[in-house]
Write a protein of this length. Structure first.
Length: 522
């Protein structure tokens, strides 16, 4: 974030007439075109007080493909709103008005239409509109004045000399207000916070089809695991149309450590994660909040590591996807999830063939010494040929035992293993994951309670992108090597009951005892 006010001459030049003249000329240039002063690397070499925001420049460098989205997920006061507005300006104005250091970021040619959405009109008048006024070159404005290009009634709109325009929308408007137009970009200033936010986004996206337009969003994730989390954040590494830049409050070079510390001193840990670091935090119901990849993740292992260990293969079959994990247990019953398989096709014969291939070729495992455990609810599921899933695995020479599907007991046991400490009180978890199991770790980070249900152990429903199948396979595997079921107590022993007026039914086992090895002669 840069401005003319950031320019200050070094002490030894403050009385230098030549330096003062050059500063006055620079100020005139920046007054006419504020983009010249925005994150300009050469200015930083001259003025010590001037700083370049590297994360803002990284965001500008991303060019979303047609119908793609680039997101700036950021902490408060990190400079995200400035970055998004300047990115819009780069696309709105003619290329000749862009300084050399911003020209590579221009994507659209000719006049374009941008919609900027915000929760309320007040947000526009407090945030986006003042920033447009601050950074737009005067040559882009009618008669060089912002007031001549902007009108607030009947709804806010900005018209530039070259024909580009900006319409300001609010999330509380009817869907009709987001229809019947052709636009080149939809800019979300913070995430839509309405119940129909997904429908709102769908309606807005329709406006981009004929132009091959894009979306940008700048937001601090204060709404928890929302549609941006599901459709943007989680897709960032697997969908080429989605790009995400994460920005920390400390990435803004104008924020000092002292100011950040003072501002955040009364925040909760969850608030710090959201407001300082731009992290998604589910504000309630995370089952494995103690999971930490710095503690629970290790490097991939070699096949020789498994020598002398027991290996359990957990299977969680579904109609569309199946989760498979390989878990080893050492002599101290410490568990390591060392491989995973999460196919999108639930064809038992193909899955079984891949499991056996990995067992032999990748890990050198002896099939006779393996334990397979499967989700017991698969008794009620049908495979491709309408038989039970477990029976289908059996025909593929994989004999499964039924897993313990008590979710409460399984979650408590996994938490116990994740939280385990050594005698000195240092973390020493007995459940670890290797880097070869990214999906299992992702699901562990996201596994959470369904707050809409009374059952406090019910997980949120699975969808195409919200999956628990791999982690559930881990849970079944872990419960195979548990000698006590957490949360389950054995029923108390009942003392014998005698009643002189009642003779109980004959029990043939009542007096049955095991005979000694040599009978009465022992």
């Amino acid at each position: 974030m840069s401005a003319v006010a950031d320019l200050a001459l070094p002490e030894h030049l403050k009385d230098d007439p030549g330096a003062l003249q050059e500063l006055a000329e620079l100020e005139a240039i920046f007054e006419a075109n504020p983009l010249e002063a925005y994150n300009h690397p050469e200015i930083a070499n001259v003025f010590p007080s001037y700083k370049v925001h590297e994360k803002q420049m990284a965001f500008h460098a991303i060019k979303a493909p047609p119908l793609g989205i680039k997101a700036l997920i950021a902490g408060n006061r990190s400079g995200k709103t400035v970055a998004c507005v300047v990115d819009d300006i780069i696309q709105l104005v003619p290329e000749e008005l862009l300084p050399a250091h911003l020209k590579p970021f221009k994507k659209f040619e000719g006049p374009i239409v941008i919609w900027i959405g915000a929760p309320k009109n007040d947000t526009h008048f407090k945030n986006t509109i003042p920033l447009l006024r601050r950074f737009l070159p005067k040559a882009a404005l009618k008669q060089g004045q912002f007031g001549k290009s902007f009108k607030s009634q009947p709804s806010p709109e900005l018209q530039l000399v070259n024909g580009s325009s900006v319409a300001f929308k609010t999330y509380d408007q009817d869907l009709d207000a987001w229809a019947a137009a052709e636009v080149h970009r939809v800019h979300w200033d913070e995430e839509p916070n309405t119940l129909n936010s997904r429908e709102l986004r769908t309606e807005a996206n329709t406006r981009l089809v004929s132009t091959g337009g894009d979306e940008i969003i700048g937001m601090t994730p204060l709404l928890g695991m929302s549609w941006v989390y599901e459709e943007v954040w989680k897709e960032r590494d697997r969908n080429p149309k989605v790009s995400v830049t994460q920005m920390d409050v400390a990435d803004n070079p104008y924020n000092t450590e002292e100011a950040i510390a003072q501002w955040s001193s009364r925040m909760t840990e969850d608030e710090k994660r959201m407001r300082l670091h731009g992290e998604f935090v589910h504000l309630g119901g995370m089952f494995f909040s103690e999971f930490n990849e710095d503690i629970h993740r290790i490097e991939p292992i070699e096949a020789s590591h498994l020598k002398g260990q027991e290996v359990v293969i957990g299977i969680d079959p579904g109609k569309n996807r199946t989760g498979v994990v390989w878990v080893s247990f050492d002599k101290d019953n410490r568990a390591l999830v060392f491989d995973e398989f999460n196919p999108s096709e639930a064809i038992v014969s193909d899955i079984a063939a891949e499991i056996k291939r990995r067992n032999k070729e990748k890990w050198g495992l002896n099939e006779d010494k393996l334990t397979y455990v499967i989700d017991p609810t698969s008794k009620n599921q049908s495979a491709i040929n309408k038989d039970e899933v477990a029976a289908a695995y059996s025909r593929s020479e994989i004999q499964c035992e039924w897993g313990k599907n008590n979710r409460e007991a399984g979650i408590i046991e996994m938490k116990r293993r994740l939280q385990e400490k050594d005698k000195d009180g240092k973390p020493s978890p007995s459940l670890l994951f290797t880097r070869e199991c990214p999906e299992a770790m992702r699901q562990a980070r996201e596994y959470r309670r369904d707050l809409k249900k009374a059952d406090e152990w019910a997980a949120v429903p699975q969808t195409d992108t919200t999956r628990w199948d791999v982690l559930d396979a881990v849970r079944y595997s872990i419960m195979c090597r548990t000698y006590e079921l957490p949360g389950e107590e054995e029923p108390p022993l009942q003392p014998p009951h005698y009643d002189s007026t009642y003779e109980p039914a004959f029990d043939p086992n009542e007096f049955l005892i095991e005979a000694p090895p040599m009978g009465d002669l022992s």
